[in-house]
Design a protein around this ligand. Structure first.
Ligand code: ACO
Length: 332
């Protein structure tokens, strides 16, 4: 455990007003509410209005987060945005958020790790605090998945939604609390099962890439499922074991929201009953880097389910493949 830890001082979020329900999708592709709900746990997702980009959501989530802490934008030292759907390749979304907030002293960057984007960003921000150089780091998970989803492809279009969450990290005033431990992995071998073929330097936009619908997310769901269901559970169990904890010691498990069956599997391997697992997939679907901070908002702002000293485990799995878990002890 580091001498100095980071803790989550406040949380903010933004979800678009527009809802896309399973019933709406039944009119767009060959699918059914029954299939979507039983295979994934999703009922509806939010969709950002056309003409608005990721930074629109990220700024709003970050602004609420700072307001809740009573911290001015000019006090922020750094901004990390976990995302795979930036407004544009450059400038980074972090730069656009810095401008939108008026965070005059802050530097920052985007971090691309698919659905593990928030977990990787949170541990990166925490280590910046642990190193002693920074006092206030904003960590945002924000994705406009509707901008890279093919609404003619039933394999993917039912799974994703748009949303953003933000947390403010500060040095924890009390030892033994805050972000205590993490485990992270990547395996590029998984890239073939979940990727976006075009739009990068390998295949810049062309008539061919557009015709082939290569600017949309491609996923071989069954392959991804096999890895996700095993590896997300493995890292969740490992972080408990190496910290001498059992499932019963954990107040809340906050998993990435890709599929209720993957969440179920991880929780049961950890020995955590579903009443202590945070779920929002029914309302928001998979918002990629947004899922975990949106869940955190539900259990800290909407309902006050965490108290000082509670252990929390977060875990994610996503494109890359990327996966990881975090152990934290709540302090407020
Ligand atoms: N409606 C109706 N039928 C469908 C739909 C749909 N929307 N989508 C697929 N089907 C069909 C398939 O065509 C297939 O038909 P077939 O048997 O005739 O070939 C059948 O349903 C079963 O398809 P599977 O893909 O095997 O279904 P599965 O039970 O695996 O569920 C799902 C699919 C939900 C995608 C699941 O595999 C999954 O959750 N995978 C993991 C997703 C994930 O964790 N992603 C990582 C994060 S994403 C990120 O990082 C950006």
């Amino acid at each position: 455990m580091p001498d100095r830890t980071a803790y989550i001082r406040s949380v903010g979020r933004f979800v678009p007003e527009t809802r896309l329900t399973n019933q709406d999708l039944e009119k767009m592709v060959e699918t059914s509410d029954e299939w979507i709900l039983s295979r994934t746990g999703i009922r509806e997702r939010r969709i950002l209005d056309p003409g608005l980009g990721n930074s629109y959501m990220a700024v709003r989530a970050a602004r609420e987060c700072l307001e809740r802490a009573g911290v001015g934008a000019e006090e922020v030292d750094a901004i990390i945005v976990g995302t795979v759907t930036p407004d544009m390749f450059f400038p980074s979304t972090a730069c656009l958020v810095q401008k939108g907030l008026g965070a005059t002293r802050a530097w920052g960057f985007d971090l691309s790790a698919g659905c593990s984007g928030f977990v990787f960003s949170l541990t990166t921000g925490a280590q910046m605090i642990e190193a002693g150089r920074y006092q206030k780091v904003l960590v945002i998970g924000s994705d406009v998945m509707s901008s890279i989803i093919d609404y003619q492809d039933r394999n993917t279009c039912v799974l994703f939604g748009d949303g953003a969450g933000a947390v403010l990290l500060e040095p924890c005033p009390e030892p033994g609390h805050g972000i205590l431990d993490f485990i992270q992995h990547v395996s590029g071998a998984g890239g073939e099962f979940l990727h976006m073929k075009a739009g990068g330097s390998l295949r810049p936009a062309s008539h061919e890439t557009i015709q082939n619908r290569w600017h949309y997310a491609y996923q071989e769901g069954r392959q991804v499922f096999k890895f996700a269901v095993t590896e997300m559970a493995n890292v969740s169990v490992q972080i408990l074991e190496r910290n001498g904890l059992k499932g019963e010691d954990i107040a809340l498990f906050i998993p990435h929201q890709a599929n209720l069956r993957i969440i179920d599997a991880a929780a049961s391997r950890m020995g955590i009953d579903m009443s202590r697992v945070v779920i929002n997939i029914d309302r928001y679907a998979n918002t990629t880097a947004g899922t975990i901070p949106l869940c955190l908002y539900d259990v800290t702002v909407e309902d006050r389910r965490l108290k000082k000293g509670d252990y929390v485990v977060m875990a994610a799995f996503g494109a890359g493949f990327t996966w990881g878990s975090i152990l934290l002890r709540w302090w407020e």
